[in-house]
Design a protein around this ligand. Structure first.
Ligand SMILES: Cc1cc2nc3c(=O)[nH]c(=O)nc-3n(C[C@H](O)[C@H](O)[C@H](O)COP(=O)(O)OP(=O)(O)OC[C@H]3O[C@@H](n4cnc5c(N)ncnc54)[C@H](O)[C@@H]3O)c2cc1C
Ligand SMILES: *[C@@H]1O[C@H](CO)[C@@H](O)[C@H](O)[C@H]1NC(C)=O
Ligand SMILES: *[C@@H]1O[C@H](CO)[C@@H](O)[C@H](O)[C@H]1NC(C)=O
Ligand SMILES: *[C@@H]1O[C@H](CO)[C@@H](O)[C@H](O)[C@H]1NC(C)=O
Length: 665
């Protein structure tokens, strides 16, 4: 009821303002009367998050400490290094906030939203408001080796998966941590920078489900459009773009273990490939979204050079609480958001586009009346469109626990040893050295285990070779990012802190287990309930164990034996009843450190009208609602053999074209 009255009021305001409202010509000379008028908030997002903030400022990072001591950075003792040299996004002139009306409002400046807003505002044919809850990046978030540290900062939304019996047993409170980026640039500001696109079969399967325009052949040009590749040995490859904005480069730092990994893979019969070509089934060094050793977030790639566009307003610390949808005409016409303790209503003449990522896009849809009808009603939300928002959720799980010990030193990245002023200067001047490492992750390989039911070269596992283990940073960074329990770390990993050790991770590419996202309350600041349902399908358990067997075989080869690599056999205390190295033991181990690689997808799944689980159509329009699209990783309908940053950017690129076509821009 209250929702209806309020919506009606807003409609009146909208109708009133559109007659004398924004015109393209006066965009550059806006006067105060075109600005949105803020109101005070009952409860502000700032207060809410301050209260909920799970982290104290006790990040322990030797690398950050060393940067503080490096004169070049010129930081004083009390200054937060995360505030140092941070990116600023200025407000429109003559306004303390946004205008009242724009052509397009994009919610979320993440991997997808950044490129989308940049493309829509090209050529000044449309006005675009980009709303982002987070703030600009800092010099720290650009340093690859610090990627895992960022999970302990305000650069993430600190979500937790609901408790699920039998997984995440070694995490604090047996709950998995699901951080998501909260910054201009979104999750591309905190991710591990691995650049992957997915196999042709993945996209062709998506297209075959009625998603016209999404076959591999059709999405490839969008990947290449963004890309500015600078990859050794691939200068003339027809599969890489060179004129885009997103730097894709080799990681300057390579340990000897990375070469051992590729040599060992070769001995087991695997090919060396460009895994981002259509013939990607094999092994390779990682291709990364970095520019001479510095992270290229989606914001750096697509927004930095366009900050001054008069028709693109980028507002940081702006927290969208609702999409305004007329319940009669089922047309989206604006958004409500909060910024610095004030509340704004802003209108879209053409479209609202949700790019808030796989958790907040479905969350906002549901809060705005689009979602499973019974579920919304149980929270007293007026249902505008009954859709299965949040009812599909896939994720990629991994296992960073298997550890190999070396009898050689200087092969792995031991955090306290590499945190030297010399390495910091080396990095600052040349962008290389250990600080340019993706926190130790170096190589990638696609394999098919004997559990796969696929025919042909279709992988079910991705391997990630690294030159570090959970013990390499004394439990201060990676384990903290996972919220690993102290009992587990102290008993298993602490004893090997002084020995060089490394892990090889696997990623379960096509899990059969399916998760879910539901509302927890009608408070927009309260996180939705996230159900991973990890390992609920027996095939996922069997494939994980098969992956571990493969990893053990891979390390048991001359390239690794040369360094004395051997499996660390300390049992997890909670798995003591199983014989070490038995299938049951490894199952227990994976259930103990069930760690996500943060590729949640499908919560606003794309599909044609005949797909009862579809939320958006193949042109990303929310089924049944006008002028509302979703463009981010939440629309990916099925699992991909890929980490999801590049796919999200591709989706942003493609969405921009779809929208430009609709409005003849
Ligand atoms: C720790 C970690 C490591 C990862 N490593 C890799 C990797 O190496 N390679 C890879 O390819 N992928 C990686 N990923 C995954 C990948 O980065 C994400 O899938 C991808 O960035 C998602 O893009 P998106 O556009 O869908 O959402 P996001 O990039 O998450 O963008 C959503 C944006 O919306 C904003 N937002 C949300 N709600 C609101 C609101 N109500 N109001 C205003 N703004 C809002 C958020 O703050 C955010 O900026 C990683 C993810 C994590 C968390
Ligand atoms: C150090 O930085 C903080 C935060 O920017 C500032 O408040 C303080 O005055 C600075 N102290 C010195 C000694 O410069
Ligand atoms: C795969 O191999 C393992 C051990 O080599 C075996 O235990 C398992 O049953 C095999 N799985 C299938 C599906 O054949
Ligand atoms: C390390 O491994 C090499 C090769 O196996 C071996 O010769 C050497 O004795 C080992 N050193 C130690 C300290 O174990």
């Amino acid at each position: 009821m209250r929702v209806l009255v309020f919506t009606a009021l807003v409609c009146l305001m909208f109708n009133g303002s559109s007659s004398n409202g924004y015109k393209h010509e006066d965009f550059t000379t806006e006067s105060g009367e075109n600005c949105a008028v803020p109101r005070p908030c009952e409860e502000s997002s700032d207060d809410f998050f301050r209260r909920q903030r799970p982290f104290t400022d006790n990040i322990r990072s030797n690398v950050i400490d060393t940067m503080r001591r490096t004169p070049m950075y010129n930081l004083n003792k009390t200054q937060s290094i995360f505030d140092a040299f941070s990116d600023q996004y200025e407000l429109p002139k003559a306004c303390n906030g946004p205008l009242k009306v724009y052509d397009f409002i994009v919610v979320g400046a993440g991997s997808a939203g950044s490129v989308l807003a940049a493309r829509l505002s090209e050529g000044k044919r449309a006005s675009v408001l980009l709303l982002e809850a987070g703030q600009g990046e800092s010099i720290i978030s650009g340093v690859p080796i610090l990627a895992p540290v960022l999970q302990q900062t305000d650069y993430v939304w600190p979500y937790f998966m609901e408790h699920q019996p039998g997984v995440c047993l070694g995490m604090e409170n047996e709950r998995c941590f699901w951080p998501r980026g909260k910054a201009v640039g979104g999750t591309s500001v905190v991710n591990y920078m691995i650049y992957t696109r997915g196999m042709p079969i993945d996209w062709n399967r998506i297209a075959a489900k009625g998603n016209y325009g999404w076959s591999y052949e059709e999405v490839l040009p969008y990947y290449m459009k963004s890309e500015r590749a600078n990859l050794r040995g691939l200068k003339n490859s027809p599969w890489h773009g060179r004129d885009g904005e997103l730097n894709v480069e080799d990681v300057p730092f390579r340990s000897k273990l990375s070469k051992a990994f590729l040599d060992a893979a070769h001995l087991l019969g695997n090919r060396r490939v460009d895994y981002n070509s259509p013939d990607g089934f094999g092994f390779s060094f990682i291709q990364a979204t970095i520019n001479r050793g510095i992270r290229t977030s989606s914001a750096k790639a697509f927004l930095h050079n366009n900050k001054k566009r008069k028709n693109l307003h980028i507002l940081t610390k702006s927290y969208v609480t609702k999409i305004l949808i007329d319940p009669q005409t089922k047309t989206a016409y604006g958004v409500e958001f909060q910024r610095l303790g004030r509340k704004y209503t802003v209108f879209a003449e053409k479209e609202v586009i949700l790019s808030a990522g796989p958790i907040e896009s479905p969350h906002l849809l549901m809060l705005s009346g689009v979602g499973p009808a019974d579920h919304l009603r149980s929270f007293g939300i007026n249902v505008i469109q009954d859709l299965k928002v949040g009812e599909t959720l896939y994720d990629h799980i991994s296992f960073p626990g298997i550890t190999f010990l070396l009898n050689a030193t200087q092969l792995t990245l031991v955090e306290r040893k590499i945190a030297t002023i010399q390495n910091t200067l080396q990095y600052t001047q040349f962008g290389d050295g250990p600080m340019s490492s993706l926190a130790g992750v170096e190589t990638i390989g696609y394999i098919k285990t004997n559990e796969s039911e696929e025919l042909g070269d279709i992988p079910d596992i991705e391997l990630l070779g690294s030159c570090a283990s959970l013990a390499s940073d004394q439990g201060n960074v990676v384990a903290k990012g996972l919220h690993l329990s102290d009992w587990l770390y102290n008993q298993v990993y602490k004893p090997i802190e002084n020995i060089d050790s490394f892990t090889v991770l696997f990623m379960l590419l096509h899990p059969k287990s399916k998760g879910l996202l539901r509302l927890g309350s009608t408070n927009p600041f309260q996180q939705p309930k996230l159900y991973g349902n990890y390992l609920t399908h027996p095939k996922d358990v069997a494939t994980s164990v098969a992956a571990i067997r493969y990893i053990i075989r891979l390390i048991d080869t001359p390239p690794f034996k040369k360094y004395g690599a051997k499996l660390y056999k300390k049992k997890y205390p909670n798995c003591a009843q199983f014989e070490f190295d038995s299938d049951k033991y490894w199952e227990c181990a994976v259930r103990t450190i069930t760690s996500t690689l943060h590729h949640q997808i499908a919560t606003c799944k794309m599909g044609p009208g005949t797909d009862e689980y579809a939320v958006v159509d193949p042109e990303l329009r929310v089924h049944g609602i006008r002028n509302l699209r979703v463009a981010d990783s939440s629309i990916i309908p099925i699992t991909l053999a890929a980490h999801t940053n590049a796919p999200a950017i591709m989706i942003g690129e493609k969405a921009a074209d779809l929208i430009k076509n609709t409005w003849k821009l």
